[in-house]
Every structure is written in structure tokens, then in C-alpha cells.
Design a protein around this ligand. Structure first.
Ligand SMILES: [Fe+2]
Ligand SMILES: [Fe+2]
Length: 169
């Protein structure tokens, strides 16, 4: 069983995760223009993770007897100033997503919808991870941004990132 309110919030969250994927792809595209393909790779993997989050909510809505409704996903910004600006926006955006998850969690808790509360626990933990890695990378990019050899190594480090199945329970 699922209330209309929770169903709507979860459906909106699918769109938010898809928007996050679009946003990360826009960031990846900018790094390709700078020949920083390793950093671009990091953001492409990040985009895939966001789509996996959307999938996870998609499945949950179905499992709980709700109806998935797909919505339009807005175009992300592409007016990035520099690499630091992008990492700042990535962190800020993750914080927005965290707030959104908290809001659904609070609503589910108020409604005593414990299946949704339990489901969202995974997302709350995931957001802790995502904010932590976004803020670490922001610190690093600030360190290396004006040093070409350090930036080269940072780019190589992020080139190693591969998609892991982080959606497993
Ligand atoms: Fe996400
Ligand atoms: Fe995320």
C-alpha cells in the first residue's frame, strides 16, 4: 500500500535522479572540452549511478503496488566557469538531493509507511557517501587546479573509476 502523496514524491524523485544524471553528463561534456577525459569519465560514471538510483525507485514503486509515472526531465545548466565551479555545483546538487530524500523519509515516517522508511534508508546512506566524495573531490580540485602536473595526475586517478553495483542491498 502506498498513499498518493508518497507515490507522487517517489515519482518526483525518479525525475530528480534522472535530472542529476543529465547534470553530471553536462559536467562530463565540459571536461571533455578541456581534454580532461579522466574527470569526464568520473562524471559519466556518476551519471550512470544516478540512473541506477532512478531504477531502484522505479522498482520500489512497482513492488509496493504504486504506479510509476515518468516526467519530463529539465535540461541542466552548461554555463560552467571552471573545474572548481563544477565540483562546487556537484556538491551543492547532492545536498539538494539529500534534502529531497529527507523530505520523503519524513513524510513516510509521519504516515507510518515503514516499507518506504526502510527503503529510503539505503538512499540516506548513499547520500552520505555521495556528499563525502563530492566534498573530497572539491578539496582536491582546489589543490591541483593551478598545477598542470598535479591536474594531470588527478585526471588519471579519476580515469580509473568504473561503475560498481552500488545499488545492491
Ligand atoms: Fe542519486
Ligand atoms: Fe547523487
Amino acid at each position: 500500500m502506498i498513499s498518493e502523496k508518497i507515490e507522487k514524491l517517489l515519482n518526483e524523485q525518479i525525475a530528480k535522479e534522472q535530472y542529476a544524471a543529465q547534470y553530471y553528463l553536462a559536467m562530463a561534456a565540459w571536461f571533455y572540452t578541456q581534454d580532461l577525459d579522466g574527470i569526464a569519465n568520473y562524471f559519466r560514471v556518476q551519471a550512470k549511478e544516478e540512473l541506477a538510483h532512478a531504477d531502484k525507485i522505479f522498482d520500489f514503486i512497482n513492488n509496493i503496488g504504486g504506479t510509476v509515472i515518468m516526467s519530463k526531465v529539465d535540461a541542466p545548466p552548461h554555463d560552467f566557469k571552471d573545474a572548481v565551479d563544477i565540483f562546487e555545483r556537484a556538491l551543492a546538487h547532492e545536498k539538494e538531493v539529500t534534502k529531497s530524500i529527507f523530505n520523503i523519509y519524513k513524510t513516510a515516517n509521519d504516515e507510518e509507511n515503514y516499507a518506504t522508511v526502510s527503503f529510503l534508508q539505503w538512499f540516506i546512506n548513499e547520500q552520505v557517501e555521495e556528499e563525502a566524495s563530492a566534498s573530497q573531490l572539491l578539496v582536491k580540485i582546489k589543490m591541483v587546479k593551478d598545477n598542470n602536473s598535479a591536474l594531470f595526475l588527478f585526471d588519471q586517478e579519476l580515469a580509473q573509476r568504473k561503475l560498481q553495483d552500488t545499488t545492491a542491498e
